[in-house]
Design a protein around this ligand. Structure first.
Ligand code: NAP
Length: 312
């Protein structure tokens, strides 16, 4: 008998096909009345497969009394109610590490774009403005100060990328990371004060909500740039819009927003802002590696009783 899995939200189509080949999977997202379905069939499922975007809340976990394992596509887990899972003895996996390179690559792409005005210059050429004048001078990247908020797997990959640009690196997280060559700053504000570029790479969720506050943006100052590839919730978006509109910081490059896919209207008109639709891990190679890891976790759990990449 194949284990019975519930699928919450759409997944990469190759992953949906691979899961369907090995498991007895039911797509909850196809149900017109998910609550009624769960009330009738919730006790049939031993596994739940979901994503960082969709997650699994306490109500869903409660509606699945035979649940043993949750496999999530993505590394962030603020949308998963880990406390409910732990209380029920349900083990949970995510997809760490396989996306570090692509997210770090994009962070650097954003950093260079906002400093050198790549997207703005592209718009300048397309508008025909080059025939009327020259593009304004921009800001040098090489040799500058890079502040990383959250020196985890992705933060450290970004820090290593910076060696090629001969940047000086400091970081802040709740505690210093042992055995790294980069200097620890005791607060987000002191990191911002020091940095030319502040890159947000910490976890999302309640604990980091608005960690990048009006005060931190003030510390970053009129020559400082903010780059966010973590979660929109980490930045106080209203404070960011004010700081950008009033030119109290030099610019911002954002892959993530507080209420995706809503982007603050005020940002659309600003040329010193780069806006992306949450694509940092979105390459074919990395998304496939994430899908492979979701499948590996499910296989490992149902054959060996343990996950490959459990969330600690
Ligand atoms: P990770 O290895 O767990 O690193 C998370 C970092 O955040 C750690 O350095 C942690 O350090 C720090 N942190 C946690 N709470 C903090 C707090 N209250 N104050 C300051 N720092 C704090 O995770 P990762 O794999 O690098 O991923 C980082 C995040 O990137 C994910 O959680 C996800 O939200 C985001 N992400 C975004 C995309 C995208 O498409 N844009 C793709 C992948 C990941 P301490 O515990 O010492 O504080």
């Amino acid at each position: 008998m194949k284990p019975r899995l519930l699928q919450h939200g759409r997944l990469l189509s190759s992953l949906e096909a691979a899961i369907a080949a090995e498991f007895d999977v039911h797509p909850l997202w196809k149900e017109a009345d998910p609550q009624a379905f769960l009330a009738r069939h919730g006790s049939e499922f031993s596994g739940l497969v979901t994503s960082a975007r969709v997650g699994a809340d306490a109500a869903l976990i409660e509606a699945l009394p035979a649940l043993k394992v949750i496999a999530s596509f993505g590394v962030g887990y603020e949308t998963l109610d880990l406390e409910s899972a732990r209380r029920r003895g349900v083990v949970v996996s995510n997809t760490p590490d396989v996306l570090n390179d692509c997210v770090a690559d994009l962070a650097f792409g954003l950093l260079i774009d906002v400093a050198r005005g790549i997207s703005a210059a592209d718009r300048f050429v397309r508008r025909g403005d080059w025939e009327r004048g020259i593009f304004p001078l921009t800001t040098r990247v090489s040799g500058k100060r890079l502040g990383i908020l959250g020196l985890g797997r992705i933060g450290q990959t970004i820090a290593r990328r910076s060696a090629g640009f001969e940047m000086d690196v400091r970081y802040h997280s709740r505690r210093p990371v042992p055995d790294v060559p980069w200097t620890y700053e005791a607060s987000a504000a002191s990191l911002a004060e020091w940095a030319d570029f502040l890159v947000v790479a910490c976890a999302g969720g309640a604990a980091t909500r608005h960690l990048v506050s009006a005060e931190v943006l003030q510390s970053l100052g009129p020559d400082g740039f903010l780059i966010n590839i973590a979660r929109g919730s980490v930045v106080d978006e209203r404070a960011l819009v004010s700081a950008l509109s009033e030119r109290r910081i030099a610019g911002a490059a954002l892959d993530v927003f507080e209420n995706e896919p809503q982007v603050p209207q005020e940002l659309l008109a600003l040329d010193n802002v780069v806006l992306l639709p949450h694509i940092a891990s979105g390459t074919r190679e990395t998304r496939q590696a994430m899908a492979d890891l979701v499948l590996a976790n499910l296989r490992s759990y149902f054959t060996k009783g343990r996950l490959e990449t459990p969330i600690a």
